[in-house]
Design a protein. Sequence first.
Length: 297
Amino acid sequence: MESKRTRAIQKFQTWAADMTCPICHNPLAWSDNQVRCSNNHSFDLAKQGYVNLAPNHQETHYNKDLFESRYRIMAEALLYDGIYDDMLALLTAQGIQLSNGHPANIIDLGTGEGTHLHHFVDAWGKRTGTAEEELAVNALGLDLAKDGILVAAKHYTNTLWMVADLSQIPLKDASIDGALTILSPSNYPELQRVMKENAWFIKVIPGPHYLRELREIVIADEADRLQDPAPSTEKFRAAFRNVTSAHYERVVPLNPEQMADLIKMTPLMWHADADQIANATALDHITIDLMLLFGQK
């Protein structure tokens, strides 16, 4: 059985032609058992199966416990069940071919523990009838939070996972066919730099009632509880062409353990007091309300 590191080396090789050094922006390659550029800047490919291009970054809020909670509620409780097929439906409705004879280079910016990208790639493979080994998609998950990438590499080996600064994506210009960002900030100029002409982007943002039950507990002003997607949507429309959208909403039943994981992983609850946490813990469901935005370069 291949080690995670061996599998990650193979995945890196599929991306190597497009990788750039975060320090000098020269091409990166696998050399002398490290990821290295021609100026001898070198980076580890860890035994856990990920590449660290930001070794000096120190994360504060986003720790391993948070990402393990997120993994459990996303991958096991299926909090966003069905959204990945909705995302693919957006692509095909706009004429994006899921199978055209060569693997699509796809990145997930702010991938966290990697569950969204994993399930998106899995849904893509099922739609095209392509086995993982045949590489229907070359997938790359990027996040500055090392603990998130550690959890991603622990659970998923069908993707290259990388710790990297998303304001300086370590890829050449015009190197990707598509990108995802799910509930994470976006740097549109930097993203567009690495997108090929006509490349697509799906950004998922909160809808008006996202996590409504938690917001009712921690936000006193009723008017402030509603999430307004309009500002984010307007910025998206200004940055991309052929923009369209879809709405995803469901009420998800949760058991006490799942609710505890949701509370732990949600920034909304980071400053909640003991009474608010107790009230949240007593909930047995949560509203997931999301807007899926599609655009092209």
